[in-house]
Design a protein around this ligand. Sequence first.
Ligand SMILES: Cc1cc2nc3c(=O)[nH]c(=O)nc-3n(C[C@H](O)[C@H](O)[C@H](O)COP(=O)(O)OP(=O)(O)OC[C@H]3O[C@@H](n4cnc5c(N)ncnc54)[C@H](O)[C@@H]3O)c2cc1C
Length: 154
Amino acid sequence: MQEVNSYYADSAASPLAYPPLQGDQRADICIVGAGYTGLSSALHLAERGYSVIVIEAESVGFGASGRNGGHVGIGQRKDQYYLEKQFGKDIARGLWDMGLEAVDTVKQLIEKHHIDCDLKQVFCTWPTAASIAASLKKRWSICGTTISSTRWNI
Ligand SMILES: Cc1cc2nc3c(=O)[nH]c(=O)nc-3n(C[C@H](O)[C@H](O)[C@H](O)COP(=O)(O)OP(=O)(O)OC[C@H]3O[C@@H](n4cnc5c(N)ncnc54)[C@H](O)[C@@H]3O)c2cc1C
């Protein structure tokens, strides 16, 4: 596959290069693909004492993990209203909490492994109408999320 030029590839600190797999290797688990999914699985399995080999066809972070927006967001692809209607309050709440937990996990990994990734904690949203702003406020208060600094002056 051909490498696509991107801001991310050009501004990455240093490309990670690992030797190709040679000969026969044995491990408890072999993971195919060194993106977030593969690397996170490998790390967590290794922390639990498994021997793990990660094989990657191109280079670490070659796929979506190396060229995404870099936003560590909470929430799911569907909003809380939709999830509540579809699955009920408990499951919707569980999904919201899972989003918060995922953000914490990313923060903990960055801290624990001293990952120099220029993490910044911000909150940003662009309600385009007062009705949307009101709806967002209501939705977040349902989930018990505190908003510390917000301008609702549209
Ligand atoms: C443009 C864009 C913007 C995004 N923005 C965000 C964002 O801001 N925030 C967010 O949370 N998510 C974002 N995402 C989603 C996020 O990037 C992906 O969900 C995540 O990177 C998926 O990780 P992954 O490890 O599953 O897949 P990938 O990162 O794609 O990793 C798969 C790896 O497997 C390798 N591979 C595939 N087949 C083989 C094989 N047969 N043998 C060996 N290796 C193989 C590939 O080369 C690749 O490196 C974005 C995605 C895109 C495309």
